[in-house]
Design a protein around this ligand. Structure first.
Ligand code: SAH
Ligand code: SF4
Length: 373
């Protein structure tokens, strides 16, 4: 079933999608002083309240009028998987029945939230689970921020602080530009989620004009470009949208991003066994890096059931890494996380949708029962 393309799922607006200046405006419209906006933000982001009722330093009438126009949290957590390495994946269900994945990835020093920007993805990269059914709709800024807050809540339960946010879940962030940028500001704002810009990464399949627009937002966030191939020919096989954009145009947009922000680009490269993991591919990637200021993040493919691509051996991944380093590239092989859960983006969502279809077909247990994990 395809859902309508829209972002509002409730009659009220998601307050988590409002920047302080918009909230201050909502206050002045109500004849209230603008400082009330900061009070509301403190309740949400510092005290962690989930209802207007709990904001007891606001006049009752104001609380009622805010509740008539806005809601705070919308999602229900319908699945919660914990991997043996501590990676935790949540599946959130929105009011319209659509679902989004978000992940908490712990390591020694960090707690990273990986969040989604769309329900599905229109790009349809051949190796990715997120795009198999196309895109159903964009997520609103509020829904994007809500995922970061859900993950922050999980970190807090374990006595830790959320330190990093990566826009690497389902969807193409720059194809949902306005909502993504609003969410970026709110996640970055010290009075809201409060994650330092340098600890936020937006990953894109490569939309040059939006990459330049993002550079003009003057935020110090990291831009990650999903390269995955050193030539246009191979890239077009893996990424359907690469037919519209040449690597040379992407290099140009990356140079612009670096010039405007001073932030080095991260090139992401998913190693697909036997497809793009040969040493001459590495030589091609090194050449691209020499054209601009970029470092490379290699990711060994997380296999997706129903797709034919294979995870390369660790020897071939290591050889690829070493070749890049020999060529003077600052490259890293990303540790795969959460491999014993549905760790590839979009896999959990697909599996649960399939389970629900099966249960509906069987006319047995309720279709919206949380899946055991
Ligand atoms: N649409 C954006 C952001 C979401 S995907 C983009 O493509 O950049 C985030 C990253 O995960 C991308 O680099 C993508 O290629 C990678 N990815 C997708 N499926 C994967 C899989 N099964 N195994 C490893 N990486 C994957
Ligand atoms: Fe979409 Fe990114 Fe997956 Fe490609 S890799 S289908 S752009 S989410």
């Amino acid at each position: 079933m395809r859902l309508p393309v829209r972002t509002d799922t409730l009659a009220t607006r998601g307050l988590l999608g409002l920047r302080e200046r918009d909230l201050a405006q909502a206050m002045t419209q109500r004849g209230e002083p603008a400082y009330r906006a900061r009070q509301v933000l403190d309740w949400i982001y510092r005290s962690g309240v989930e209802s207007f009722d709990a904001m007891n330093n606001l006049p009752k009438k104001l609380r009622e009028s805010l509740a008539a126009e806005f809601h705070l949290y919308e999602s229900t957590i319908i699945a919660d998987q914990v991997a043996s390495d501590g990676t935790r994946k949540l599946l959130l269900r929105w009011a319209d029945g659509s679902t989004s994945e978000c992940v908490m990835i712990p390591d020694e020093k960090r707690r990273t939230a990986c969040i989604s920007t769309q329900v599905g993805c229109a790009v349809g990269c051949v190796f990715c689970a997120s795009g198999i059914e196309g895109v159903a709709r964009d997520l609103s800024a509020a829904q994007i921020v809500e995922q970061a807050m859900r993950v922050r809540g999980i970190c807090a339960m374990g006595g830790a602080r959320l330190s990093n946010v990566v826009f690497m879940g389902l969807g193409e962030p720059l194809a949902n530009y306005r909502n993504t940028v609003d969410a970026l500001h709110i996640i970055n704002d010290e009075h809201c989620v409060g994650i330092a810009a340098r600890k936020i990464t937006v990953s894109t399949v490569g939309l040059p004009s939006q990459m330049k627009r993002l550079a003009d937002e003057s935020m110090q966030i990291t831009l990650a470009l999903s390269l995955h191939a050193p030539t246009d020919t191979l890239r077009q096989v893996l990424i359907p949208w690469a037919k519209r954009v040449r690597i040379a145009e992407l290099v140009d947009a990356c140079k612009y991003y670096f010039a405007k922000t001073g932030r080095e680009i991260t090139l992401e490269y998913v190693l697909l066994g036997g497809v793009n993991d040969k040493l001459d591919h590495a030589d091609g990637v090194a050449k691209i890096c020499h054209d601009m200021r970029a470092n490379v993040n290699l990711i060994r493919y997380n296999p997706v059931s129903s797709l034919p691509y294979k995870r390369p051996t660790s020897e071939s991944a290591q050889a690829f890494l070493e070749r890049l380093r020999e060529r003077g590239v600052n490259a890293h092989l990303r540790r795969s996380r959460g491999l014993d859960i549905d760790s590839a983006c979009g896999q959990l969502r697909r599996r649960i949708a399939e389970q629900q279809l099966t249960t509906q077909d069987d006319s047995s247990a309720a279709a919206d029962e949380p899946a055991a994990s």
